[in-house]
Design a protein around this ligand. Structure first.
Ligand SMILES: [Zn+2]
Length: 325
């Protein structure tokens, strides 16, 4: 406890990732285990504890040596109650996650949404660290987001702020997993890319270099590395679908700027990690065209610096509650 260490856990759809950070927000140990998608909240909390203990073991420490505890959940988290409202990827409806985490760990906890905490991490120790207001988009299987204004994470009513993937950019547009039509997630996420590629390749007969064993009519998801490889080889179908998705994201980000006017936009998530900064080109073209009032030179577009660590590090920052720059 003397070192004021913090524990941060990122509960993802495929893995649980835990980090321990020192007071300078540096990761000094980490551990990960696969997520059991059939497990309920209690069992998952126990698996999160197991992951945390594995990270602590590397430092020869126990939970009692930790001063601050935080975790990110793939669901909106009610800031008043700590309840997780709906974790679609885990199949959970309402769960009293904060209570369960406190009971499982025997320590107080801070909980937040994964996209929100990813941006909190980038804002304080990553790509947006020299700014006071920033917005982040994280392209993975879905499209996560987070908003920080004047160095404060915006959680909003029932913790539902920053659900940027469900901003509607096209009325009557593509059907989104949330049930609405025209959400930006329906254009710019791996789920959306897979759906659009299937249509282009198997319905419209467009040429593609994607290997058939990795991409066929039964495919529901694809690893980012196959998409980025095909993109870099100038695969016509992948270029068309991904560039359109990034342009739609640029429009969504420009709309967010009209509402929030941040100093910096961060692009991150597994897909961006794999593609690198070339995602900025199609994004920026649409983004700049749709900005209102502000000069493009006054908004920085940055690629995530924390990568896979962003969400877990953001959970430690939430846990510390030190929103100062
Ligand atoms: Zn949606």
């Amino acid at each position: 406890m003397a070192d004021n260490l913090a524990l941060g856990i990122d509960l993802g759809g495929s893995k649980i990732y835990a980090v321990v950070t020192d007071p300078d927000n540096r990761v000094i140990a980490d551990a990960k285990i696969p997520t059991d998608p059939s497990a309920g909240p209690e069992q998952t909390a126990a698996a999160m504890k197991e992951t945390a203990l594995a990270a602590l073991e590397k430092l020869d420490l126990t939970l009692d040596d930790i001063a601050f505890f935080g975790a990110a959940i793939p669901s909106p988290v009610d800031p008043e109650t700590g309840d997780c409202l709906h974790a679609v990827n885990l199949g959970w409806k309402k769960a009293s996650m904060l209570k369960i985490m406190r009971e499982t760990f025997g320590h107080d906890f801070k909980l937040g949404n994964d996209g929100n905490l990813g941006q909190l991490g980038e804002h304080f120790v990553g790509a947006a660290r020299e700014f006071h207001s920033s917005v982040g988009y994280f392209i993975g299987t879905g499209l996560g987001g987070g908003i920080v204004i004047n160095d404060r994470l915006l959680t909003g009513n029932k913790g539902l702020a920053g659900e940027l993937g469900h901003a509607i950019i096209k009325v009557g547009g593509r059907r989104c997993g949330c049930g609405h039509r025209g959400c930006v997630e329906a254009y710019c996420s791996k789920k959306a890319f897979v759906k659009a590629l299937k249509k282009e390749i198997f319905k419209c007969g467009m040429h593609s270099l994607l290997p058939i064993e990795k991409f066929n009519p039964e495919t529901t998801n694809i690893k980012s590395k196959y998409l980025s490889r095909a993109y870099n080889e100038d695969d016509p179908a992948v270029r068309k679908v991904v560039d359109k998705g990034l342009r739609m994201l640029g429009i969504a980000a420009a709309s967010a700027c009209a509402v929030i006017a941040p100093q910096c936009i961060v692009l991150g998530g597994g897909f961006v990690e794999s593609m690198g900064d070339q995602v900025i080109i199609p994004f920026k073209a649409a983004f700049h065209r749709h900005l209102f009032g502000i000069s493009p030179a006054d908004i920085e577009i940055r690629i995530s610096e924390l990568g896979d660590h962003a969400v877990a590090v953001g959970a430690t920052i939430l846990a510390r509650g030190s929103f100062q720059k």
